[in-house]
Write a protein that binds this ligand. Structure first.
Ligand code: HEC
Length: 113
């Protein structure tokens, strides 16, 4: 993923400098349901997206980056290694810590269910 410039637009865990919010963050990619909100998230569709986002979704803010088939497959394989975060879930009813809820986020008690 280094060298393709993805980090200029995306937050990508494990990629140094990939901390931009121009595009959606790619955290926990393997859990994502849809690509660009439109296409079911499968490896083949992701490869097609990475090769030519404009063909799938004309006018999308993600530009074509000229990835080869091999580069797109490598990038897709990497993204699918990004699974659920290892942080244990906060049990229902416990107050959220200061780093888990933003300053304006309410309620600060995690709702049950
Ligand atoms: C110029 C900014 C830019 C660059 C560079 C860029 N992207 Fe994107 N990317 C976007 C934007 C904006 C979207 C949202 C597109 C949409 O929803 O139509 C997006 C969407 C995506 C998505 C789908 C995300 C989702 O939640 O649906 C993936 C996966 C993705 N990009 C991967 C990459 C990878 C891998 C690279 C590097 C090869 C890359 N992007 C480079 C801007 C960029």
């Amino acid at each position: 993923m280094h060298g393709y410039g993805c980090g200029a637009c995306h937050v990508i865990p494990g990629i140094r400098g990939a901390n931009s919010w121009a595009g959606p963050p790619l955290n926990e990619w393997a859990r994502r349901g849809y690509i660009a909100g439109r296409f079911p998230n499968s490896p083949d569709v992701l490869v097609a997206w990475l090769r030519d986002p404009q063909a799938l979704s004309p006018g999308s803010a993600m530009p074509n980056l000229g990835l080869t088939e091999t580069e797109a497959r490598d990038a897709a394989a990497f993204l699918f290694t990004l699974g659920a975060s290892r942080l244990p879930p906060v049990p229902a009813g416990l107050p959220l810590g200061p780093k888990e809820a933003g300053p304006r986020e309410e309620p600060r008690i995690r709702p049950r269910g």
